[in-house]
Design a protein around this ligand. Sequence first.
Ligand code: FPP
Length: 239
Amino acid sequence: MALFSKKEDKIRTSFEVLPTHLGIIMDGNGRWAKKRGLPRSAGHKAGANVFRTISDECANLGIKYVTFYAFSTENWKRPKEEVDALMQLFKEYLLEAKADMTKAKNSRIEFIGEREGISQELLDLMDEAEAETADHTGTTVYLAVNYGGRQEIVSAVNKLIDDGKKDITEQDISDNIYTYPECDLIIRPSGEQRLSNFLLWQAAYSEFWYSDVLWPDFGKNDLYKALTDFENRNRRFGA
Ligand code: FPP
């Protein structure tokens, strides 16, 4: 008997069809920490390391755009200690990137979300990372920080109003949101099956892939499983 009886069961590490734009909701850090009797910040720290591994792997695979949901507009409601720990992790990642740009490989780092509420120190580091990697031609890694999908659409509409635009079209909105490429696949670990205000506009025809694995335990094999599954999806875009 073949080791893998169904095409879907076979996990592969190279792909004929890749999502052009992959979205990842990094969920389950808190539960991961709780299971170990650790503070939630320890879960986020472990999650930040997985972010490094998975964003590098997306670059190795040649995925053109990958968006990681790192901090939502609603996450400010969390205890200050947890918010500070997350901001510190973003800062550490950016300082690392600044100290050694080769770490970013050929990837472009871009932030999506509202700037208001983020410290000037972090904003400066974000701007520097974007400027330093602007001419990189590999994967664009979008980090959604202080991001909300509804807020993204509202801000696009307001921009269009400010420009005096009337009769707004879908294309106008697509041109004025933070990231245009339609999202092909959204991965959400940790057993939750919700979009949670992530890439609302871009997700109109996204495929979804869920897993019970908590984000700090998410590994390259989980990414390969999701991509293998995606390759076998029959996408019809409403046709
Ligand atoms: C949701 O899981 C996760 C977050 C609100 C934060 C995600 C952020 C990271 C993984 C760190 C990213 C770091 C860098 C450098 C980009 P949760 O904590 O709500 O988990 P729970 O549902 O188990 O409580």
